[in-house]
Design a binder for this molecule. Structure first.
Ligand SMILES: Cc1cc2nc3c(=O)[nH]c(=O)nc-3n(C[C@H](O)[C@H](O)[C@H](O)COP(=O)(O)OP(=O)(O)OC[C@H]3O[C@@H](n4cnc5c(N)ncnc54)[C@H](O)[C@@H]3O)c2cc1C
Length: 397
C-alpha cells in the first residue's frame, strides 16, 4: 500500500496552504497562533470567508454545499487548517446537525436550515446530555408531549456547550415513556428564542464559560421541526455521534502541538545544551510522532471505507479514543516543555481582551487552552464507552 500523496494531491495541498496563507484575516490568525479564544462574530467572519470560497462544508453532499472532494482531499484540508493554524468551523453545525439533516431531514428542512448552518447565520448547540444521562444517554428524561401541531417540552439538559451563543439547538426528548428506552426518543430542532428556555452558565476550572445547564419549561416546538419519525430519534443520534467521534481525532492539532514543543525545545537550556538535543525528549517526540502517523493512516483507511449515509460506523470509536489520547499526550508534552513559563494565568489575555507584548505570550495559553482541553476524552461519549462499543460491535464480545 503506497501511503504517499499523488502529484494531484500534493498540488491540492499547495492550493489549500496558499488559501490559508492569504485568506485568514490578520487579527484572527494572531489569535489562533497565540491560542486565544475567538468571539462569535470572529468565527462568523471566518466561516463566511470559507463559505464564499465554497469550502465551509467540504464533507457534505455536493447537492447541499459539499465540495465533492475525495476522502484524502478532505483529510488534507482539515490537517492544513489545523496546522495553519486557522479556526475550525463550528463542529455542532458542520459535523453534527448538517449531516443529520442531509441524511434524514425533509427537503423543506434542508432548504430552510442548511445554507444558514453552513454560513453560521444559525449557531446550533447540542441538547443531548442530562443529569443522569451522559454515558447512558438513552436514559434521558426530558419529555415532549404532542399537543396538536406542536410538542410541549419539559426537562433539563446539562453541559450544553455554547448554548449562550446559539440561535438553535438539536435536542433529544422522550416521547414514549413506556417503550424500551432507546425506542421512545425523538429528535427535535428548538429555536433558542422560544419562551420557557433558561440557560445558566457552568464556569469550568480554567475560568472559561463554554458550557451550560439548560432548563426547559413548557417550551413549544412545532411538529415541522422534528427530524424524521417520532420515536426514531435514537437512530439519528447514533449517526450524529459517529460523525462527532470521527471529528474529535484532530490529528492536525496534535501535530501542531508537537511542532510547537519542538520549536520551544530549541531555545530551552537543558544542562548546557538545547532541550531539543536531549535523548529523553527526542525519544518522547519520536514515539508521539509514530503514533500520530499510525492514527493518520487509520483515519484515511476509515474515511475511504466510509459507511453509506444513514449508517453509523462504530469504527469511528477508534479515532475518537486514540485521537483524544494523543491530543492529551501532545498537550502534556507542550506543557512540560514550557515548564513554569506556562503556569501564568491571564484570563483577559485568553479572551483576547488585551494582547500583552510579553516575551512569554506564547506560553500564556498552553495550560488553559491546550492542557485543559483534556475533556476530549469525555465529550462525544467517554473513552470507556468507546471501548465498550468496540468490544461489542467490532470484536463481537
Ligand atoms: C466540557 C464538556 C462539554 C460538553 N458539551 C456537551 C454538549 O454540548 N452537549 C451535550 O449533550 N453534552 C455535552 N457534554 C457531556 C458529555 O457528553 C458527557 O459528559 C459524557 O457523555 C459523560 O457523561 P457524564 O458526564 O454524565 O459521566 P458519567 O456517564 O456519569 O460517567 C462517569 C464515569 O464513568 C464511566 N462510565 C460510565 N458508564 C460506563 C460503562 N458502562 N462502562 C465503563 N465506564 C463507564 C465514564 O467513562 C466516566 O469516566 C460535555 C461534557 C464536557 C465535559
Amino acid at each position: 500500500m503506497d501511503l504517499r500523496f499523488t502529484a494531484d494531491e500534493l498540488a491540492f495541498r499547495d492550493e489549500v496552504q496558499q488559501f490559508f496563507r492569504i485568506a485568514v484575516p490578520a487579527d484572527i490568525r494572531r489569535k489562533c497562533v497565540l491560542g486565544q479564544r475567538l468571539s462569535k462574530p470572529e468565527l462568523q467572519r471566518w466561516t463566511r470567508i470559507l463559505f464564499e470560497k465554497g469550502w465551509a462544508t467540504p464533507a457534505w453532499d455536493p447537492e447541499w454545499g459539499g465540495t465533492g472532494w475525495s476522502p484524502v482531499q478532505q483529510y488534507i484540508f482539515k490537517e492544513e487548517l489545523h496546522m495553519a493554524p486557522a479556526p475550525e468551523p463550528l463542529s455542532f453545525n458542520v459535523n453534527m446537525i448538517g449531516p443529520v439533516l442531509i441524511a434524514f431531514g425533509t427537503d423543506e428542512q434542508k432548504r430552510r436550515f442548511l445554507p444558514s448552518i453552513a454560513r453560521l447565520d444559525y449557531w446550533f448547540c447540542q441538547g443531548f446530555s442530562e443529569p443522569g444521562a451522559g454515558s447512558d444517554l438513552a436514559s434521558l428524561r426530558t419529555s415532549a408531549r404532542l399537543e396538536g401541531d406542536h410538542y410541549m417540552v419539559n426537562g433539563q439538559k446539562l453541559w450544553t456547550s455554547t448554548a449562550h451563543h446559539a440561535e438553535w439547538c438539536f435536542l433529544l426528548v422522550r416521547t414514549d415513556p413506556n417503550a424500551k428506552k432507546q425506542q421512545g426518543i425523538t429528535y427535535l430542532l428548538m429555536d433558542m428564542r422560544s419562551p420557557g428556555i433558561t440557560v445558566r452558565p457552568i464556569v469550568t476550572i480554567d475560568g472559561h464559560h463554554e458550557t451550560n445547564e439548560m432548563f426547559l419549561e413548557n417550551v413549544r416546538i412545532p411538529v415541522g421541526n422534528r427530524i424524521g419519525e417520532e420515536n426514531k430519534g435514537w437512530d439519528y443520534a447514533k449517526y450524529l455521534l459517529g460523525n462527532e467521534r470521527s471529528g474529535i481525532a484532530r490529528v492536525g492539532i496534535s501535530k501542531m502541538r508537537v511542532r510547537r514543543a519542538k520549536e520551544l525545545a530549541r531555545n530551552i537550556d537543558a544542562g548546557g545544551r538545547p532541550l531539543s538535543e536531549d535523548r529523553g525528549f527526542r525519544e518522547r517526540v519520536a514515539l508521539l510522532e509514530i503514533e500520530l502517523k499510525a492514527l493518520e493512516i487509520t483515519q484515511m483507511r476509515l474515511i475511504s471505507a466510509a459507511a453509506p449515509a444513514g449508517k453509523p460506523d462504530p469504527k469511528s470509536s477508534i479515532l475518537k479514543m486514540k485521537g483524544s489520547e494523543l491530543q492529551q499526550a501532545a498537550a502534556q508534552l507542550l506543557l512540560e516543555t514550557a515548564g513554569y513559563e506556562a503556569m501564568e494565568f491571564d484570563r483577559d489575555f485568553l479572551r483576547g481582551a488585551h494582547s500583552t507584548p510579553s516575551p512569554h505570550d506564547w506560553a500564556l495559553t498552553i495550560a488553559p487552552n491546550h492542557y485543559f482541553a483534556r475533556h476530549v476524552s469525555i465529550v462525544g461519549g467517554s473513552n470507556e464507552i468507546q471501548r465498550n462499543i468496540l468490544a461489542k460491535t467490532v470484536l463481537g464480545l
